[in-house]
Design a protein around this ligand. Structure first.
Ligand code: JCF
Length: 679
């Protein structure tokens, strides 16, 4: 390619970038709408800057690079910033930060270590507050850095903005600069309310802060959870002589302004990087969004020597965190079937690096969510991954929708077993009706059964479960307890030693607790806590199995829905049979801790003999123990009562001889009923 060809192409690219960025600026700053991720915007701007650096002759006064950001809108009076409000240069990686540090060292001709003031970079709206004789006289937005909007009335509604400065050594004229932002919890509560009222929901806290500050009616601003944090000063006349940025922050704090509690001073590049890492780890625990760290040369005299380039100081830089939102293409949607048959749409994505990892799948949760997002196959979407949270599809970039983008539809049949998919009226979740005949549900049920908080079978992972299902060695959880070392050794990648270990782990898991066992059963909506509450309340499995809905509702955290799930689960023969098989394989737990408040039979000794119809002898004993009775194996003078079914022999005879009351099963059940333990 010839040079002029290359230049032509570059110029075309320049034009495209200028127009795109201009549109995004308008959408963002004027319409308060977020169309593309910040990271994408930053990249486009960087690309444009690089092109203009190579071809300064292309730079026009109205190129987006020629103003920092922002535009004055109608509705508010304008204000002139006598000392321009600067923006910050960005460092996107360690190399950029090291280059910044070296530039400073070189310019100052100082090759020792340099003190840097560091603080989180708040993701909000830059603001100027003007104090005259200690009184707040003006609050203004940054606007384009030179001209902003007068939003004094709105700013005055913020509790963290002092209307008069505290102390007395403040400068006669003090212009405080800082960021107004909306803490996350306030943002979420506000959006919940907005959703309930059907009013506008904001995409992120910064947008919400911006929208809230731009209310023409300060009453509305007053209702929004906004905060102001100071980070520097503009005009200053009078006041104490200060030598460092950190001393200036301390002074502002002293005068009643809020400064970021994470602010620190470090010495040298290595400590600056350590501070960055530390805050990156802390990012999710903070109650406000930050998008990086601001580093500033701490000594004000050095700042002065370094000066400015165009609109940014040479003495400061913003080291950006990895973006939490990135743009990619949704290629297709698969439907996954979970343990309870829930059918979940999962987006297959063009892999994208976001929040520090490469993401190629994201859950779409359910069909309502797909509808809410309005997403179709082929759409360009914004993926958000904050902290360790699973990646989400945040929104669709409608401008990039290709022609013929296909709507996403719930399949009629289960993608795994083909059974009908049911979506109950009023429920968001669609379910495969295949139950345990659906391989996906079986697989998930097994995974759940062996998981750490359930039966905790060490070494029985996903791959092994798949292999066991594949070889048809296991269908139901109880089959696990019949596995022998030889069968396991035949599986791929399973040595004798691992097989022995697994057999051992399976054996060990038989000693468990009732709570774990209940959780392992995978009853719908019975999680760890509910399982534990049920175990605690009923004390024994038979007591729980025969519990009425009313009794279930007495358990903490159990509502009608959970109660119904529990009852249905135990009412199914298939489940009762599986429970019996599990218990027969030797699963057991320590004697229950009983409810000491309901022990009407305390101090009594009972004997159960013969065959019972309605419940097993073990179940009968369980009930008696729950009521505080001791259950003995033989009749003596100390026996209070004997329950005798058909076929009772010597024990019944002995009881009659000793004159001990004998009751049949019907009378026994009546007694249980009296004590609230039988329907
Ligand atoms: O937190 C911020 N967003 C922030 C922005 C913090 C700072 O210390 C800043 C800033 C913008 C400009 N300092 C300057 C000079």
């Amino acid at each position: 390619m010839t040079t002029s060809n290359l230049t032509d192409q570059q110029h075309q690219r320049w034009q495209v970038l200028v127009e795109q960025i201009r549109d995004y600026d308008y959408q963002y700053y004027v319409l308060n709408e977020s169309t593309i991720p910040d990271a994408e915007y930053d990249r486009l701007m960087q690309e444009l800057k690089a092109l203009e650096a190579e071809h300064p002759e292309w730079v026009t006064a109205d190129s987006p690079t020629q103003r920092v950001a922002g535009q004055v809108q109608g509705g508010f009076e304008t204000v002139q910033h006598e000392v321009p409000m600067l923006s910050l240069d960005n460092a996107f990686n360690e190399t950029d930060l090291a280059a910044f540090y070296k530039r400073i060292q070189d310019r100052l001709n100082h090759h020792g270590e340099i003190e840097l003031a560091c603080e989180p970079k708040l993701d909000g709206i830059a603001i100027s507050l003007l104090y005259e004789n200690g009184q707040l006289v003006r609050g203004a937005t940054r606007g384009d850095g030179t001209t902003g909007e007068n939003i004094t009335a709105n700013v005055r509604t913020l509790r963290s903005v002092p209307l008069r400065l505290r102390g007395e050594d403040w400068p006669a004229v003090l212009e405080v600069r800082g960021e107004i932002y909306m803490p996350r919890d306030g943002f979420e509560k506000m959006n919940e309310r907005a959703l309930a009222e059907g009013s506008k929901v904001f995409v992120n806290p910064r947008n919400a802060a911006s929208g809230s500050l731009r209310q023409l009616d300060p009453q509305l601003t007053a209702q929004r959870p906004l905060e102001m944090c100071a980070y520097s000063v503009g005009r200053v006349e009078g006041g104490p002589e200060l030598e460092t940025h950190s001393a200036m922050l301390d002074a502002l704090h002293h005068w009643g302004l809020k400064i970021n509690p994470e602010s620190r001073v470090v010495t040298g590049l290595a400590d600056a990087e350590a501070y960055y890492d530390q805050l990156l780890n802390k990012r999710d625990q903070l109650d406000y969004d930050i998008d990086g760290i601001v580093f500033k040369v701490n000594r004000l005299a050095l700042q002065q020597r370094l000066g400015f380039v165009s609109r940014a100081p040479r003495w400061a830089i913003a080291r950006k965190f990895p973006a939490q939102e990135e743009m990619t293409v949704l290629i297709d949607v698969d439907f996954q079937v979970g343990r309870t048959g829930a059918v979940t749409p999962v987006a297959r994505l063009e892999p994208v690096f976001v929040g520090g990892v490469t993401v190629s799948n994201a859950t779409l949760h359910n069909m309502d969510e797909i509808e809410r997002l309005g997403v179709r196959k082929g759409d360009t979407v914004i993926i958000r991954r904050a902290g360790d949270v699973i990646p989400q599809v945040a929104r669709v970039v409608l401008e990039r929708r290709p022609e013929g983008a296909e709507p996403i539809q719930l399949p009629m049949g289960c993608p795994v077993c083909g059974a009908h998919i049911e979506r109950t009226e009023g429920e968001v979740v669609a379910r495969c009706t295949g139950g345990l005949s659906c391989k996906a549900q079986r697989r998930e049920a097994l995974k759940h059964f062996v998981s750490r908080r359930a039966m905790d079978i060490d070494g029985l992972g996903e791959k092994l479960i798949d292999a066991l299902l594949e070889q048809e060695l296991v269908q139901a959880p109880s089959d696990i307890y019949g596995l022998g070392a030889e069968q396991l050794t035949n599986l791929e990648r399973m040595g004798e030693k691992s097989a022995d270990n697994l057999v051992n782990a399976i054996a060990v898991s038989k000693e468990t607790t009732l709570a774990r066992f209940l959780y392992a059963l995978g009853i719908r909506e019975v999680g760890v806590t509910t399982a534990s509450n049920l175990a605690q309340h009923f004390g024994s499995l038979p007591a729980l199995q025969s519990a009425t809905e009313e009794q279930l509702l007495e358990v903490e955290d159990v509502g009608p829905k959970v109660a119904a799930h529990v009852r249905h689960f135990f009412a199914e023969d298939r489940n009762a049979d599986e429970i019996k098989r599990l218990l027969d394989s030797g699963i057991e737990w320590p004697a229950p801790v009983v409810d000491t408040d309901n022990q009407p039979l305390k101090g009594e000794t009972w004997v159960v003999t013969g065959k019972l119809e309605q419940l097993s002898r073990d179940e009968a004993k369980d009930h008696l123990m729950q009521l505080g009775a001791k259950v003995a194996g033989s009749v003596s003078a100390k026996t209070h009562k004997v329950v005798a079914g058909p076929g009772a022999g010597s024990k019944l005879k002995k009881a009659t001889e000793l004159g001990i009351p004998v009751i049949d099963e019907a009378a026994f059940l009546a007694e249980l009923r009296n004590h609230g333990r039988w329907q």
